[in-house]
Ligand binder design. Structure first.
Ligand code: B12
Length: 209
């Protein structure tokens, strides 16, 4: 059985070999999707440890970069277990990290999980300008627009983007995700929903289509 606490700690300690070894072994035990989601959550907890150690001055930017690479590798090991192989397309999600923010690991996790649940995801990348969201949304007419951001400043970027989308007459449902998103920031931004958990985000989107 996968020791979730040990996994969180190993990721926080940036123990690459140990993290990958634990996950590869876990993947061979034919885990359920729920168990795989618990492993993702444990990894996310490890990233929170990395963030705290960066804030306290024990880790540096190089450690953040390494942590990002490690988490991407970790999620790659879990991807086959997370994918449910839905066959029919449920709807389109336009997805991007808002301007000023370069973080994309959480966005990519949400993308993989949405695709596995049958959504077509058009990912327009990181540091996405307001105009680009508006242009793409007008062109694609997606049912859902997902915005990601982990910096505090991302909340203002999200608000700006939502305002411009509404002014342009875009009618899609809007979901925001990333650590600083809360009920309050969601109201401030003018989005329809928020989450700090990709699996929950997918459920919300499924409820909309
Ligand atoms: C890895 C990392 C980096 C990497 C990013 C690599 C990459 N490709 O993304 C690099 C090294 C590039 C980086 C850079 C910086 N970072 Co940084 N980083 C992190 C770290 C450690 C982890 C972030 C992460 O990937 N978390 C794991 C993912 C899985 O979690 P998540 O993003 O929340 O996503 C989940 C959910 O929220 C949800 N989700 C996410 N998006 C979406 C979208 C939708 C639509 C939905 C439905 C769901 C959803 O699904 C995911 C899975 O459940 C955090 C610490 C932390 N506590 O988060 C700091 C952190 C975010 N960084 C921070 C800082 C300060 C910086 C830098 C300014 C550092 C510097 N001095 O240069 C730069 C900023 C660059 C920029 N302009 O964006 C601060 C932010 C402070 C703040 N309050 O604004 C943090 C909090 C660290 C800290 N405690 O100080 N960083």
């Amino acid at each position: 059985m996968l020791d979730l606490k040990a996994l969180t700690q190993a990721l926080g300690d940036l123990e690459e070999e140990l993290v990958l070894e634990m996950l590869k072994e876990f993947a061979t035990t034919n885990p359920s999707k729920t168990e795989a989601l618990e492993a993702v959550a444990a990894c996310q907890g490890g990233m929170a440890i990395v963030g705290d150690l960066f804030e306290s001055g024990d880790y540096f930017v190089g450690d953040l970069i390494f942590a990002g690479e490690l988490l991407t590798e970790a999620i790659d090991v879990l991807k086959p277990v997370l994918g449910s192989g839905a066959t029919e397309i449920k709807g389109t999600i336009l997805l991007g990290t808002v301007h000023g923010d370069l973080h994309d690991i959480g966005k990519n996790i949400f993308k993989s999980m949405s695709e596995a649940a049958g959504f077509e995801v058009v990912d327009i990348g990181i540091d996405v300008a307001v105009e680009e969201f508006v242009t793409k949304a007008t062109e694609l007419k997606p049912q859902i627009i997902g915005m990601s951001g982990v910096l505090t400043l991302a909340i203002d970027s999200m608000k700006e983007t939502v305002e411009s989308l509404k002014t342009a007459g875009v009618e899609a449902k809007i979901i925001i995700g990333g650590n600083p998103t809360t009920k309050e920031t969601c109201e401030f931004v003018g989005a329809d929903a928020f989450t700090t958990n990709a699996a929950e985000g997918v459920k919300i989107c499924q409820g909309w289509v």
